[in-house]
Design a protein. Sequence first.
Lengths: 138, 279
Amino acid sequence: MTQVQSPKTEMFTVYGKTDGVNPTGTYDLYAPLIYGTDAYLHIPKGMKFKIHAIRVCGGTTAANDTQVLTMYTHNVTTVPPVWAVAASIYFDGLRVSEDKRKPIIFTGYTGVEAVSFDWLQTVAEVSHLEVDVEYTPV
Amino acid sequence: MAFGVIDQLGLVNDNRYMVVFIPANARALPFRVISRHNRGGEVLPYGSIPITNGESWASYDGGTTTAPAANVIPNRAYIPTSSPKKFAALSDMSSVYDSTDMWYTSAEEFRTRLFHVYMDVIPKFIRCGIQIPSGQDQLRFQGNRVILGVGKTSGWTRGGLETVHFPELHYGYAFGNDTNLDVYNSVVFTYGEYVIGIPTDASLIFDLLSGDKPAHWVEMPIASYDSSIRSAFERNYGMEGFPLYAKEDRQDAMSEYTGIIGKLKPEVRVERGKGATVK
């Protein structure tokens, strides 16, 4: 395969952290690729957004559990956007939780779709999120 | 392993042929790649797209937006037609012909050279387009009814592109980021600086253009034949290219090709029966 034929996909990992104050919230996502942080990942028209793996870790006891919800909206430009739960992973506060399976795939049908990640905790605690994502042409 | 027309980098091997096709005038320029001047040094990691902090970009959501930091592509933004990027010479390559555009050369000094360039952009979801000449969005829809480009629904590719840089033409590079992420970025060029000649055998040219003789074809994204493109080809080679003929019209083709060959600049002619030399 020549260089010009290499797949035009971009895989990278985004990171997030609960704030340790609120038991619920939306992760501010960051990554070496990204300048600053973003609360959601927009899906351009004609592209797919794939989630290959989600990892949650942190906290200190079983009481500091974290549930991470993968949220999806058909239109991030509406005020407010209507988000639906697409997937969920539960961290028990003790062992690293990893959800690694066939990718969760979202499609940019019209170019205003987006994905975000919310947390739910029994007790507010700092825990960490890692999500392996990929932008790829349809 | 067979020594094919192109190598694993997509660059034309020595003593093989490359045909550059111009859709706007339906003419092709056949080149013999006499040698690759940068053999072994084809990868040029340029660095970030040159962006200044606060630089104004057009927004996909209307109006304009600004780059949040130097060398960061702003989110939901694209380079407007009037402000394409050129790649200035890097500090350790400052003695290039034009320090503001490392790919630009003059006919007098470089008509026997071509730059065959693959541009790879990270992240690969960045829209990439090229203007030939700089400032001229070339891609069209339904003739000239719709002008396309990185700011439109179509007229671009993601993650990079392939092109051939001719002397006497400044190209403009356009980029667009239709995600909501301000992104760091990187541009890597894989290129061949070819020493080239144009064959002077009409029969050979017909075989190349009809596909009977193997060559690497590059179809340039030129849908509008700008006068500066015509002038550049005339200054470089003495001609605008060879028209394509059907295979059954070989004799007619060769008759016309002979006339065009007679106008070629002496430096680019590769004569039959003589070994090619580097000029």
